[in-house]
Write a protein that binds this ligand. Sequence first.
Ligand code: TXA
Ligand code: MG
Length: 315
Amino acid sequence: MSEVDTQMLKTDADGIAAAARVLRDGGLCAFATETVYGLGADARNGTAVAKIYAAKSRPQFNPLIVHVADQEMAQRYGVFSGNAARLAAAFWPGPLTLVVPLRPDAGLSDLVTAGLNSVGLRCPAAASAQELLRRFDGPVAAPSANPSGKISPTRAEHVQAGLGGKIGAILDGGACDVGVESTIVGFDPVPTLLRAGGIPSEAIEACLGGALADPKGGQITAPGQLNSHYAPNASVRLNVPSPAPGEIYIGFGPTKDADFNLSAAGDLIEAAANLFQILHQANETHAPIAIAPIPDFGLGAAINDRLKRAAAPRD
Ligand code: TXA
Ligand code: MG
């Protein structure tokens, strides 16, 4: 891909307008959401969506999440059952993606849905994402704004380092509050957890008044499907009570000898928000990485899912 000049945009009125213009012109604009930075393109424009795959060097045409400003806009693209509508009402705007039947007249590019008759819809809460979606007034396809298989970006600088020169613009909305990707729920036909993420599954089950099903065959089919994902350069060991010599040690809670700590207070929400930034920093040392045990409830489930992929043998 030839190098382009990547504009770094502020989230003032001029920056939002410029970002919307990039999308309208069929270009790529990265933008902050409350989870991670997304790499946005007009979801109705096949050529624009194809540029996402080229910029990320994504090997497969996985379906992409379509971002909308509100539930009303979501209904132009997807069909909401009672359970889907209940979850949207409870958790949108926020870090929840709902995979629902695609409306026949949705007008989305087939590349966005990967030819499926369903669509993943998400209404992000971050103020600058909301402003961009309202200004653009259309559906925005956006996977995380990192080269395929690499650590997800939670700051504009991460996007610049990974994709600078390959995309039209970056709307700098500062550090992401949540720090892990959205939770994905499908309805096939029962509510099913497709990816652990920013909304704990316990909260979703409380809203539905019943347990979420596991994906068919125990296979997580939606997200980060590639086993090795979020991969730092060096090796990663998990559940390490004390590090080996030469390892960079990432702690949680009152960890001794930690080089970085996801949350010294042992707070899983803080740990999720810090996760990718600390992985980026540890990665820059080029030393092998060891990570302390993280509890597996609440946002810990999403954190452990991402860490397992970071530690997986490389394809
Ligand atoms: O927090 C997030 O969700 C971030 C921000 C940018 O919004 N986005 C994100 O997108 O994580 P991405 O492309 O990295 O992950 C999207 C996942 C994919 O793995 C895909 O398989 C699943 O969502 N997905 C999207 N549409 C789907 C569909 N129709 N059926 C099944 N899975 C779907
Ligand atoms: Mg991703």
